[in-house]
Design a protein around this ligand. Sequence first.
Ligand code: ZN
Length: 283
Amino acid sequence: MPELPEVETVRRGLAPVMEGAVIARAAVNRPDLRWPFPPDMAARLTGARVDRLRRRSKYILADLSTGESLLIHLGMSGRMLVSGDPLGLFVHDHPAPEKHDHVVFDMDNGARVTFNDPRRFGAMDLLPTDSAEGHPLLASLGPEPLGNQFSESHLVEALKGRNMPMKSALLDQKIVAGLGNIYVCEALFRCGIHPARKAGRVSARRVAALVPVIRAVLTDAIAAGGSSLRDFRQADGELGYFQHSFDVYGREGAPCRTPGCSQEIRRLVQSGRSSFYCPACQR
Ligand SMILES: [Zn+2]
């Protein structure tokens, strides 16, 4: 499942071919993904210029010249493919249409952007740009982890007195938006905080130390995604999924990477999801 760094990598890959370009043709090949598409979606997109491509949490928002914004969510398995790019960033021609190509945008610069999603947990919607933040999917989101509002004081205040485990607190999208399982595990490891420790029982000093660490974990992953973009362009034009090495995520039974630590990484299931941690380094 794409997490925030993957979505940001997709946004950065799409921006050069979509920003400033007009959607010359939009093909919507089925009535729905996770939810029905908005009425007349293809007609409302055709002829619209993409003024800006931005990201909020794990959603991509294309602000259009029509006053509407296209909201895109990749869901569990959604992929964006770019082909036929005249700018030379993507070197391959349009591929043959595939079964799960649900939405296709032909841009007036010759680029084609294809949204392919076999499991159809993805979503697209159209909303007025002016009130985008009030959309049901966006309205209750907390601050962006890479934005200024995600501060030490915000996190300390948000976790004060909370009885939930640290892992759950950081996955709570009202506390911080867009953090998922992988990067919460990595941030807690870097800070030496056990995923099951009650949030309200962690000192303010240790909670505050999480803020720069969360930023660093995400920034490192976005950098890895950025360096992968060229490879994806040269391979098949698919954006956003990249190999990245983790300190604890997916490493159950492997040796802890902290110098001098002889423990193995353990796995713990919390709310049905795996947490990976070092029992010696994380308290
Ligand atoms: Zn360790």
